[in-house]
Design a protein around this ligand. Structure first.
Ligand code: GLV
Length: 329
């Protein structure tokens, strides 16, 4: 039997599925440090990860490894140049999380605009003594302008929900989406700078790449309206968290909602000291059904890539399909 490592706790029934095909080593505990992950992969044919960094040194130390299946749509934890050089397949879990993640983007944007967590903390602290006409005023969502940075599948699902809120939609993306999609979504393309100047609520849903490291920093925050909100459900590192904390402190923008952080699970300490930010621990795809679908899809990819199951040799979500069928190098 081929050997695999499941590097993270996942649903036990998915482990049972994998055991049908493989000799499974399961780390049902904290994320493995890099050297421990490398050590455990040394004799494995495949692995299932969730955000664990995998690069050239790990691949070089694991000569049998042919596939690493990430339980996430984002795969910035994989060094894809190293995967390609070693002929190792990477897979991800797109699509199954689109609607759940779009729901959460909305939840976080609305909580941010309408100051839900800030006012709840006030109430829980026993500070609510009377109704006040000017308590916790925030910007409207209905009828405002939504700026979506990253108009992929999740960005589009967010845009579709904006219809009921009578919003104008501006978007920025590496490339313009097809005219039919722009028309369906009623979304207008803007440069990043124009979008930041125009939007009342900016939502970030773009993949993390070295090119868009700190794509929102002090200069970009300075372009935003002082009444605007910023919501990041994409990846830590896309926003310069220190610059954002400073902009929030100085009220250069009204508020932010963050589900992802640079260096998470650590959070920039300055973000913890400002009241006008809603903070959640990377849970945008966390519905029961969606997390199960992601785990099963990662397992499907692993099973198929290692030549087992009904899709043997045809994993559903190859990131670098060119390596399929090539010998490990
Ligand atoms: C979660 O962050 C994902 O990329 O799926």
């Amino acid at each position: 039997m081929q050997k695999i490592l499941v590097a993270r706790p996942i649903f036990p029934d998915v482990i049972d599925r994998l055991k049908h095909y493989f000799d499974v080593e399961w780390n049902n505990g904290d994320a493995l440090p890099a050297d421990e992950l490398t050590r455990r992969l040394a004799d494995k044919d495949g692995a299932l990860t969730a955000g664990d960094p995998v690069g050239a040194a790990t691949l070089a130390a694991a000569p049998r490894l042919r596939v690493v299946a990430n339980m996430a749509v984002g795969y910035n934890n994989f060094d894809m140049a190293a995967f390609n050089a070693a002929n190792v397949l990477g897979t991800n879990t797109p699509d199954v999380l689109n609607e759940t993640t779009a729901d959460f983007g909305w939840a976080l944007m609305m909580a941010t605009a309408r100051r839900i967590t800030e006012s709840e903390h006030f109430l829980r602290a026993g500070k609510w003594e009377k109704w006040a006409h000017d308590a916790f005023l925030g910007p409207d969502v209905y009828g405002s302008t939504l700026g979506i940075v990253g108009m992929g599948r999740i960005g589009q699902a967010i845009a579709r929900r904006a219809k009921g809120f009578n919003m104008r939609i501006v978007y920025h993306n590496r490339s313009r989406v097809a005219p039919e999609i722009e028309a369906e979504l009623n979304a207008e393309y803007r440069t990043k700078e124009a979008l930041l100047r125009e939007a009342d609520h900016v939502v970030l849903v773009l993949p993390y790449t070295p090119e868009n490291h700190h794509t929102i920093g002090a200069a970009e925050l300075a372009l935003m309206k002082p009444t605007a909100t910023l919501t990041n459900i994409a990846r830590g590192g896309i926003v310069d968290d220190a610059a954002l904390a400073e902009a929030l402190r100085a009220r250069r923008i009204a508020a932010a909602g963050l589900d992802v952080f640079e260096g998470e699970p650590n959070v920039h300490p300055a973000l913890l000291t400002v009241p006008n930010v809603v903070l959640t621990p990377h849970i945008a795809s966390a519905s029961e059904a969606t997390r199960r679908a992601m785990a099963n899809l990662a397992a499907d990819n692993l099973i198929a890539a290692l030549g087992e199951g009904p899709r043997a040799g045809r994993p559903p979500n190859p990131i670098n399909p060119d390596v399929l069928g090539k010998a490990r190098s």
